[in-house]
Design a protein around this ligand. Sequence first.
Ligand SMILES: [Fe+2]
Length: 349
Amino acid sequence: MIFRQLFDSVSGTYTYLIASRHGGEALILDPVLEKVERYLQLVRELDLRLVKAVDTHLHADHITGLGALRDRTQCITVMGEQSKADVVSMRVADGERLTIDGVALDVMYTPGHTDDSYSYLLGDRVFTGDTLLIRGTGRTDFQNGDARMQYESIFNRLLKLPDETLVYPAHDYKGDTVSTIGEERAFNPRLQVTSIDEYAALMRSLKLPNPKMMDVAVPANMKVGLAQDEIARRGLAVSASEAIGLVGRSDVAFIDLRESAEREKHGVIPGALHAPYPNLRANIAPGGAISALAAAPHRRLLFYCAFGERSAMAVQAAQDARLTTACHVQGGIDAWKKAGGPLDRPAPR
Ligand SMILES: [Fe+2]
């Protein structure tokens, strides 16, 4: 496995780059906007293809690199299902798996620092975001933080992992880089409490000043900007209610870009072709499945995904590949459901 821990000294943020092999797909966790060029350089040097960029939660102390990485690499941007950030193109939930080629992370909902805080378990290591820090825990006094929820997340989820599990947090301000679950249980001063009430009282007593960047970072991270806005301006978007009227027509090919787990959870548009977004480049190249579909005269390609972001990037890529009938369903399956569109169960894998 390829594993890199990168550091932004301004915000004290750790960013993690993960891949199974050189030449393969890569995922980045908690990227910082100012460091995006560094990440992309490393991705090139290690001969990787960045396919997913993930934030453990909405950050208040730095601006996320998710938007810039999406714009530079057309990667999928990922947060938990509670996330209100516009940039997110795929939302995950507790108990699901977040995968790239050769790597699968177990998704753990660990609220408390914020109500959208997640941890990700990768075999012998866990990425704890700001839920569990080295000899500390993330503050719980803003962004819908809740000390009692954090206690549950730490004591009933993270500390149940094997003692030797490596702990990789999103921040450190003292120079520590990694710890273990056993070490934190024994030596983390915030965890030496005997009850949830004692933990809540401890967190209440902290009286921390707000992060310097908070007033800038939170709104910036909520509204990074959507890929689909530009596609709509160019007249290449179809609203969900318009798209419902196109189901079953032979001159329209619906193309589902989501992953199998998302299809199973939310259902599929009847008659749609499944062509996962990470394989888009091969599928729109001459001889690819989508390119073949587009060859029929007058047939429109209608991409869709979860929220309309992956499909907007697919429209751009298809138009660049001269598939000029490509457009997409604005707002994705999320908008489709709200418009009352029909959904099938996907065929078994
Ligand atoms: Fe945070």
